[in-house]
Design a protein around this ligand. Structure first.
Ligand SMILES: *Cc1c(COP(=O)(O)O)cnc(C)c1O
Length: 849
């Protein structure tokens, strides 16, 4: 029978063990081994089963606590860990040092639909959430004054198990907030309640549960309250589980309710108000609308004035290169929630005209509201998550900046990173150089403990699939600690091609069963609950692994999660990734493997495209130009098999002298160890989340905070001016034109000039009533291709002469430097120019002759 209600009985800790309460409550334990070791020591069994400090405290007997309390050594270590946490939280860190040198944001609000910090708090589904968790952890380490905002889901993301037939089944664990390290945000004794209006005069109420992540607070909105009717209670029931209507309510709560929660949090705690709002993916886009409403209501700004200030302080990060991966709602649904024909103050965002809201999410398809477009329109600064993804995003969203070359679309990139202390195994010493033998010994230990984990999980999965103990005797011997171990774990999304390795099953079989130099493969991954296609891919893999001739060398481990992932990343020698290029925005699992000396074997997609250097792993050649996906799969699978057979396997099974060795020969494979060493020394520092958060800070957060201050100073003078300018621009732009260009070529040159000369230009520009200083006039020159396109444009700005031609056009002059010989072309263009714009392409307006 199911429990009707639950509660937790907590024992009183002896005084000298009191600090354990704080150590369990701050999620820093999730990346601090000494603290983990303390909890493991209190109750090794509970720790091994749950890895949850709070649970250890809840389930420990008073007798055991007394025993520990009398153990002087233990209580000294408790005190030391508590001290360490206090020092960690108050240290100046990198951000403090940066702040001494340059202006930095007083605080930053980071919004995300999911956060993956530890498996104990399962409010994430995969890569996006774990990235957000790593962002918080690195921000905490670096001392950023960042506040995280997300939702608290009553059901965690599903746990995966398998039927006897290899079909995925889902179970939803219940998240009991009282058993988790969460504290309701209170104002005095009263819990803070956030409300947002819903159509029909209803109100959605949420409380705010605060998780502590090192020095950072993570605010999680929870709608499961008696104040709500059953439907609204269910808004935060689960992550990615409902229909679109459910989803838009979640996003309204996250965006609109999230801003309100931040306001309450900063008011109550005296934390400075954020100067930067970071939307981690389009799910959080509605936060920009609520901020516009605040300024319209409280500072009496117009919509466009408020928008200017909000844009200045908003950073938007896009995470998908797949148009189908973007969050889109029917326009009627957006109207329903933001207009609802309600009068006055009961509307969701009173004072904001719904038509203007709808325009912000407009896209080419009629009647669709696009959350990424909303993010791009409300964020002055935007980025993709790897260099390649930046390029793909500029292409994908180029239509929002018509008239500009793809390279000029104002979307940059910051490559994702992973949190070192979370993902690097404690087997690796913090510093010091290691000999070949030591590196190999650590790699072998890591492989060995993965083998133990594989055996444990394969047995458990077999039991769950209905097999008896006796039938599962073989699981005690699956895998071999000496064998080259390859990992492949990721969501079963089509583009990730879970089954590419099965393209030629016989060839894979030969690799697995080679008597002298075999490989072993560990596979894991969840399919979305509604994705039967993904589930059938998993089933194909599982059926392959069920073959008695192969099951010792290939396993599918159900329930891929942070806890399991850590073992696989650390233990595999090779990390395999074979997405359809360029569908993987970044990918982070290969980075976690690299931190542990794993060598990547991957299609040049996402992060690997920019970081593969020929010595830190292998690039699987991809056939991007082949349109026929079956042929493409064949070509790329063949390339994968060839790399394994001819390069990867022989290198692993060679001795220092370069001779091939067999399984029984324990000579150190020097060539392999060389690559491991190179990976740890050169690649690992680049894939850290610390590097990522530093880049966000200096490239996006600090400039955004500066733009925001500029926009707000003197009663929003710049924001008002920019809004006014945009209004006049809208009127003037149809008449703005380049009406003529005079060239000043050397006499008798007949159009041929020597390299190194300068061609003088005078442009005649119709300004449509704008001042000459309100536009930028640029000459763009470079080599032209056969189609007449300028391929490597160099931009120079022409200056206003103050004079006009006989027709009253303003004259602008300057020169085009011709550095090289060849076919050179140029053009002149006019763009908006205002101090409040970060780049000239920003307004999406340009005129060519
Ligand atoms: C890192 C991680 C991911 C994301 O990995 P990708 O390479 O982006 O697929 C997914 N799930 C878990 C549990 C992870 O740790």
């Amino acid at each position: 029978m199911k429990a009707f209600r639950r509660f937790t009985v907590r024992v009183q800790l002896p005084a000298n063990l009191q600090p354990l309460t704080e150590l369990a409550a701050n999620l820093r334990w999730s990346w601090h081994r000494p603290t983990q070791d303390l909890f493991a020591e209190i109750d090794p069994e509970v720790w091994a089963a749950h890895g949850d400090p709070q649970r250890v405290l809840d389930e420990t007997t008073p007798e055991r606590l007394t025993e520990l309390s009398d153990d002087a050594d233990f209580s000294t270590r408790v005190a030391a860990a508590a001290n360490d946490l206090a020092e960690y939280r108050s240290a100046t860190a990198w951000y403090g040092e940066l702040a001494a040198r340059q202006p930095v944001p007083a605080s930053i609000a980071y919004f995300s639909m999911e956060f993956g910090i530890t498996e104990v708090l399962p409010i994430y589904s995969g890569g996006l959430g774990i990235l957000a968790g790593d962002h918080l952890k690195a921000a905490s380490d670096l001392g950023l004054p960042l506040i995280g905002i997300g939702l608290f889901y009553r059901s965690g993301y599903f746990r995966q198990s398998l039927t006897a037939d290899g079909w995925q089944i889902e179970n939803y664990p219940i998240n009991d907030p009282r058993a988790l390290p969460l504290t309701p945000l209170c104002d005095g004794d009263d819990p803070v309640l956030i409300t947002v209006s819903m159509p029909g005069g209803r109100r959605l109420t949420a409380r705010v549960l605060v998780a502590r992540v090192g020095r950072i607070s993570l605010l999680l909105l929870d709608s499961d309250l008696p104040e709500n009717d059953a439907e609204l209670r269910g808004v935060t029931d689960r992550l990615y589980g409902g229909d679109q209507d459910h989803r838009i309510k979640q996003e309204i709560l996250l965006g609109v309710g999230g801003v309100r929660a931040v306001r309450e949090y900063t008011r109550i705690t005296g934390t400075p108000a954020p100067e930067v709002f970071h939307m981690n993916e389009g799910h959080a886009g509605f936060l920009g609308l609520e901020r516009i409403r605040e300024l319209v209501t409280d500072a009496q700004l117009s919509f466009t004035q408020a928008e200017a200030a909000v844009r200045a302080s908003t950073v938007f990060t896009t995470h998908t290169p797949v148009p189908a991966g973007i969050d889109r709602f029917p326009m009627t649904m957006v109207r329903h929630y933001f207009d609802a024909d309600e009068s006055g103050s009961s509307r969701l965002l009173p004072d904001l005209p719904v038509d203007v809201i709808c325009e912000l999410g407009d896209e080419a398809a009629p009647d669709i509201f696009n959350m990424a477009h909303l993010g791009l329109r409300l964020g002055q600064r935007a980025n993709g998550v790897s260099k390649l993804h930046g390029e793909v995003s500029r292409e994908m969203f180029g239509d929002l900046w018509p008239g500009f070359d793809t390279t000029e679309v104002p979307i940059g990139s910051i490559t994702n990173g992973v949190h070192g202390d979370t993902w690097r195994s404690p087997h690796w010493p913090q510093d010091g150089t290691l000999s070949d033998a030591e590196i190999w010994a650590i790699r072998s230990e890591l492989r060995d403990s993965l083998v133990a984990e594989v055996r444990r999980r394969t047995y458990a999965s077999g039991r769950a699939r209905g097999h008896s103990d006796a039938e599962l005797a073989w699981t005690r011997e699956v895998f071999d600690s000496r064998v080259l171990t390859i990992g492949f774990a990721r969501r079963a999304a089509t583009y990730k091609r879970l089954t590419l390795m099965l393209r030629d099953p016989e060839r894979l079989r030969r690799l697995l069963t080679d008597p002298h130099r075999p490989i072993q493969l560990v596979v894991a991954g969840k399919a979305h609950p509604a994705d039967d296609g993904g589930k059938s891919l998993i089933q194909q893999i599982v059926r392959f692994t069920d073959d008695p001739a192969l099951r010792g060398r290939i396993v599918f481990l159900p329930d891929y999660d942070i806890g399991m992932a850590r073992h696989i990343y650390a233990g595999c020698d090779v990390w395999l990734n074979n997405p359809v290029r360029p569908m993987e925005a970044c990918g982070t699992s290969g980075m976690k493997s690299a931190l542990n000396g794993g060598l990547n074997l991957s299609i040049l997609d996402g992060w690997w495209d920019e970081m593969a250097d020929g010595h830190n792993g292998w690039a699987i050649p991809s056939a991007d130009e082949i349109g026929d996906e079956h042929r493409r799969d064949d070509i790329e699978a063949t390339a994968l098999y060839e790399l394994l057979e001819n390069t990867v396997v022989p290198l692993y099974y060679s001795s220092a002298s370069g001779q091939l060795r067999t399984l029984d020969d324990d000579a150190i494979p020097a060539g392999w160890v060389d690559m491991v060493r190179h990976t740890i020394d050169e690649l690992a520092p680049q894939v850290l989340a610390e590097r990522m958060v530093r880049e966000y800070t200096t490239e996006l957060y600090s400039p955004a905070a500066q733009s925001f201050r500029d926009a707000c100073v003197n009663d929003y003078a710049l924001a008002r001016d920019l809004a006014d300018y945009r209004d006049r621009l809208a009127l003037a732009w149809p008449s703005v034109a380049v009406t003529g260009i005079d060239e000043d070529l050397p006499p008798h040159s007949s159009g041929v000039v020597a390299p190194g000369s300068r061609v003088g230009l005078t442009a005649h520009v119709a300004l449509g009533g704008l001042d000459a200083g309100e536009v930028a006039v640029q000459a763009v020159g470079g080599t032209v291709d056969a189609a007449g396109e300028i391929v490597d444009p160099i931009v120079t700005t022409l200056s206003a002469t103050g004079a006009t031609d006989s027709s009253g056009r303003a004259l602008f002059t300057g020169g085009l430097d011709v550095a090289r010989s060849g076919r050179i072309g140029y053009t002149v263009r006019v763009l908006p120019n205002h101090r409040g714009l970060a780049v000239t392409s920003e307004a999406g307006l340009v005129r060519y002759p």
